[in-house]
Design a protein around this ligand. Structure first.
Ligand code: H2U
Ligand code: ZN
Length: 349
């Protein structure tokens, strides 16, 4: 019997109902290339030109307060507006449009311009988790809002406009495509399996072998999903079934900060660089429907492939057909697992 995983094969993603092509024969050899040392930008703790630093003026003309902790403000260039008038276009089934209301916010993780999530003390990441929870709760309470997407773009390669550690929130009137797809899959799975949770069941399978698990703590697991499309894509999951941030107990909240610190540190240590990614929280919408089948989780989608400068492009076959990867999720997990949890950079020591 040939080993399925040493030959080209397709893996199914039950969350998005998509397939990914895995081509391990292209990368069977262990990694022998050099690890490039890219010069680190040395950033100041405060940058007078940064629109996110405390006390500075933003592009929109507002001035940031001299904040000492986490700071949230309404995005000066919001993609969504709360007072958008209701309108629909239904010219035919093929040409349809509808107005969309929403609120966009920016979250500065810290007054320090020079520290990323990996470099912040865990206590400061706990503050970020607390603010996520508060914002999620407040935005969900608004009648115009059905879905709250919390995310972070990190690194210029991901389109991030500023190294000052920050994330965003886009709260929308309807559930956007990606979460809607994942919600549908989890709901269908629960309906077809006596109410069982897709991700609880998946986690059980992952814990049996541990081959895709990177790190964990009392409450959380960070792993490379079996169906990951990005080379070092990870998913961070609570061990116990929880549907949103508000439902976490203190221990789960504190341990979330801990696992975020651990996974982002491992990422930075992979290529000795401040590792770029897009990260996002997936949790229950707020349209008062039951979402007990949903399992809170965080996706990290990093673009880097082989070094600080060599990235994976989702082009060609990926855009026209389906996602493809060479390094297997198991190999990627092993590499991340073997890295230290102490940050390579001296300033964090
Ligand atoms: P990104 O770096 O992930 O693009 O996030 C920065 C956000 O900050 C971006 O959405 C907003 C941009 O609109 N912004 C302000 O709200 N005010 C400013 O003065 C500059 C940037
Ligand atoms: Zn700054």
């Amino acid at each position: 019997m040939p080993n399925l995983f040493t030959h080209p094969h397709k893996r199914y993603n039950p969350l998005t109902d998509e397939w990914v092509l895995v081509s391990p024969h292209r990368l069977q050899r262990p990694w022998q290339g050099k690890v490039e040392q890219t010069p680190q930008d040395s950033l100041p703790a405060y940058d007078p030109k940064c629109y996110l630093c405390p006390g500075n003026e933003r592009a929109g003309g507002h001035r940031n307060p001299p904040y000492k902790n986490v700071f949230v403000f309404d995005n000066d260039f919001s993609a969504l507006l709360i007072d958008t008038p209701k309108a629909t276009l239904r010219k035919s089934k093929l040409i349809r449009a509808q107005s969309e209301k929403g609120i966009c916010r920016v979250i500065c993780y810290s007054p320090r311009h020079d520290l990323t999530m990996a470099e912040l003390p865990t206590r400061d990441i706990e503050n970020v988790v607390d603010v996520w929870t508060k914002e999620y709760y407040e935005l969900c309470s608004r009648k115009e809002i059905t879905h709250v997407q919390i995310f972070e773009n990190k690194g210029a390669i991901m389109g991030c406009s500023n190294p000052h550690p920050h994330g965003q929130i886009w709260a929308t009137q309807t559930i956007p495509t990606e979460p809607a797809r994942e919600i549908k899959s989890q709901k269908n799975y629960a309906n077809a399996n006596g109410g069982k949770c897709l991700l609880c069941e998946y986690l059980k399978l992952e814990l049996e072998t541990g081959e895709r698990i990177i790190c964990s703590n009392d409450e959380w697991i960070a792993l490379i999903p079996f169906w990951a499309k990005w080379p070092f894509e990870t998913m961070v999951l609570p061990k116990n079934h929880v549907k949103d941030l508000v439902a976490f107990n203190n221990k789960q909240r504190q341990n979330l900060a801990d696992i975020l610190k651990k996974i982002t540190t491992r990422y930075d240590n992979l290529f000795n660089v401040s590792f770029p990614y897009t990260m996002g929280l997936h949790q229950a919408p707020s349209d008062y429907k039951p979402y007990d089948f949903l399992h809170f989780h965080i996706h990290f989608y990093p673009p880097l492939l082989r070094s600080a400068t060599v990235q994976k492009f989702m082009v060609g076959f990926e855009m026209m057909a389906n996602a493809q990867r060479d390094i297997t999720p198991e190999q990627a997990a092993e590499r991340l697992r073997s890295l230290p949890e102490e940050h390579f950079c001296q300033k964090c020591k």
